[in-house]
Design a protein around this ligand. Structure first.
Ligand code: ARG
Length: 256
């Protein structure tokens, strides 16, 4: 009887230990949190639907898909666009995805991933504005931009322009609507989306050619080991069709 009992106990212990082992493994694989910063007034890349705190848009879908690839839990934080790079460098976020154009200056401050979207800047003016046909007509005029953006940089090069910087693009477009400025300089896909979906079509139009070819990248701390992993995940999503699916969802056609 005692022997049978000992044997049973031994079996129970083996089963328990096996269970423990599995448990340990699971604990080790529990998804780490990926702290992501963005500035969500940039539809269709990042935005919050009216009355919602949920983050929506192409960038948000993309970073969630990347998180899945890396087995990390994505946590998104809302901050000012010009606060994103400082937040990376302070270690408050692991990365920023915010339709951020890859520029030499930014590449000095942070790591930037491989490009994930090709973009450019355009000029937006009031619908009834016949005088401004391109950026060359903006000399000495008022231009609204989002602070810290490549649009702000471009505006600052227009001779004599009175550049007004705003924290959000909602304010930028509102300033144009209220005729506080003559024009806005902003990313083309954002201007197009605004005109196609927002109240923008009532008062605004795009003029001139696309300026400054730019590509968006994800930014991370300089020499972060994560940069490689992000690039690998991006490549995997391009290979497995997930990237194309997201692109089609937000931009209609699939771009190769
Ligand atoms: N592409 C421009 C830049 O890099 C504007 C980005 C603005 N993004 C945003 N989420 N508000 O400067």
């Amino acid at each position: 009887m005692k022997k049978v009992f000992m044997l049973l106990m031994a079996m129970v212990m083996v089963v328990m230990m096996a269970g423990c082992g599995g448990g340990e493994k699971k604990a080790a694989q529990a998804p780490k949190v990926l702290k992501v910063g963005t500035e969500p007034t940039f539809a269709p890349f990042e935005f919050q639907k009216e009355g919602s705190k949920e983050f929506d848009g192409f960038d948000m879908d993309l970073i969630r898909a990347i998180g899945k690839q890396l087995n990390m839990k994505v946590e998104i934080l809302n901050m000012g666009f010009d606060a994103l790079i400082p937040a990376i460098n302070a270690g408050n976020i692991d990365l920023a995805i915010a339709g951020m154009s890859i520029t030499p200056d930014r590449q000095k401050a942070v790591d930037m991933s491989d490009p994930y979207y090709v973009s450019g800047l355009v000029v937006v003016v009031g619908k009834d504005n016949a005088a401004v046909k391109s950026v060359n007509d903006l000399g000495n005029k008022g231009i609204a931009v989002q602070i810290g953006t490549t649009g702000a940089e471009r505006a600052s090069k227009v001779p004599g322009a009175k550049v007004k910087n705003f924290n959000t693009n909602a304010e930028v477009f509102l300033e144009l609507k209220n005729k506080g400025v003559d024009a806005v300089i902003i990313d083309k896909p954002v201007a197009e989306y605004f005109l196609a979906t927002g109240g923008g079509k009532d008062f605004a139009k795009i003029v001139g050619d696309t300026m400054e070819a730019e590509s968006y990248g994800i930014s991370l701390k300089k020499n972060s080991p994560l940069t490689k992993e992000i690039n690998k995940a991006l490549l995997d999503l391009k290979k497995n069709g997930e990237y194309d699916k997201l692109y089609a969802k937000w931009f209609g056609a699939v771009k190769k």
